[in-house]
Design a protein around this ligand. Sequence first.
Ligand code: FAD
Length: 496
Amino acid sequence: MRIVILGGGSSGWMSASLLARLMGNQLDITLVESEHIGTIGVGEATIPPITHFNKVLGIDENTFIQKTNGTFKLGIEFVGWKDPTSSYMHAFGQIGKDMGLAPFHHNWLNARSNGYKNDFWHFSLNYQAAKAGKFQPLPRIPNTRLPGIVHAYHFDAGLYAQYLQTLSTAWGVKRIEGEVEHVSLNKENGEITALRLKSGQVVEGDFFIDCSGFKGVLISEALKTGYEDWRHWLPCDRALAVPTENTSDIPPYTQSIAHQAGWQWRIPLQHRTGNGLVYCSDYLDDNSATELLLGQLNTNVIGTPKPIKFVTGRRVKQWHKNCLAIGLSSGFLEPLESTSLHLVQSGLVRFMKLLPNKSNYHAAEREFNRQSEVEFTRIRDFIILHYVLNNRNEPFWKRCRDMPIPDSLAHKIALFKATGQVFREQDELFTDVAWHQVMLGQGLMPEACHPLAEALSGSQTSDLFSSLETLINATVADMSEHTAYIQQYCRMDNPR
Ligand SMILES: Cc1cc2nc3c(=O)[nH]c(=O)nc-3n(C[C@H](O)[C@H](O)[C@H](O)COP(=O)(O)OP(=O)(O)OC[C@H]3O[C@@H](n4cnc5c(N)ncnc54)[C@H](O)[C@@H]3O)c2cc1C
């Protein structure tokens, strides 16, 4: 089968590398990209499943960090989201130790109602390590069966695509430089047959992967599949991105700082810090947004802010006929929980599981679209959660607090409030612990804890808490400093 990938951003090269690595012998893969058009140039914070993607590609972790000027990420700190003085973290990994049917936070809730003062994150190894500036790979807490550090990466998006390009071309992917000016369709069945470039070159294929970014040159402009607009739930529609100089101590976590009409990201890399502001143009004009962002940077600016417009939502059919949309062409959810590159990865895995019968795509297409709709809507709900549970006073935040929300999210919130429980459905990306953290962090306290937590006596609970505390503190104390770990094992190759 001849597969043609249009686009050489992160999604194009992730697609090329995964397909070539796993099926290079059976597929003939060509990637078309235009340096003149360029890539979006953002997308630098990830979530833990990216480590599996790299493993499948056979990439050594330290080499990867070196090649992409990367750093390690233990979670996302949300500053000012509940109210302007609050902060909490969505730390990856487990928190505490589950006791049977009632997850650990019920023990914490019960203790809290009896006067216990420490917060929930006291029992998160990832949080404690992040705040101490520590990192090292640690699959388990030593000498226990408790899970250890769970991590993801921050990296330079340009170097990431470049690195995957080197691997992909070594695995047989052909790269064509050029701009597509015409997409030829089969008159009978409407399938794509070829891409004609401005140079006159014609690139024929059996199956096309659209990684052309927001425009969706194939899935939207040529095949005219519709787009579901979610701005009524997620009203931010603009971003500004600007790098600044790096910091000498590199924090092992992303920061997301709420502002009057949106939020700012801070992504620490080895050679620079990535910064940006995501905002709602109904409440903040572009000049004020630029002024706001430039006034909130903690190191010197490199370059000028790059403006980006977007429409939050999803392509109604991400797979249509012989075309699959991957990356920004498939839809967009703001980068609050660093999910876009993950959606590239999961879309590719889903595609490979359903790899089409050359002459009959129909059933595979339907199943792909069904699963990806579920995935997108669950992530959408998780992102809305951060906005809807807020106590800020600005008009933007009041609107977010008062807006009607999807029933699926309203149910999750009501259930947590009444019972303290969250149920993760099927392949839902975010774990119940992730939901607990954002719900508690945004100030939603359950009205009751599970009776099983109440069955533990006060002394049993305090024994449990103090043994966890001792283990976590000792483990963090023994871990390497994040910056020192990078210097020793994976110092950047490209100090540009
Ligand atoms: C503000 C912002 C912040 C983000 N932050 C994160 C984050 O922290 N974490 C995360 O996971 N994701 C993030 N994302 C999403 C992430 O940037 C994208 O998912 C990722 O970069 C993939 O983009 P892409 O490859 O789909 O598109 P692009 O990078 O836009 O690449 C499109 C490619 O298509 C080519 N192309 C387009 N038209 C043509 C044509 N006619 N002919 C030939 N070639 C063409 C271009 O040259 C380019 O190579 C963010 C996005 C935005 C907007």
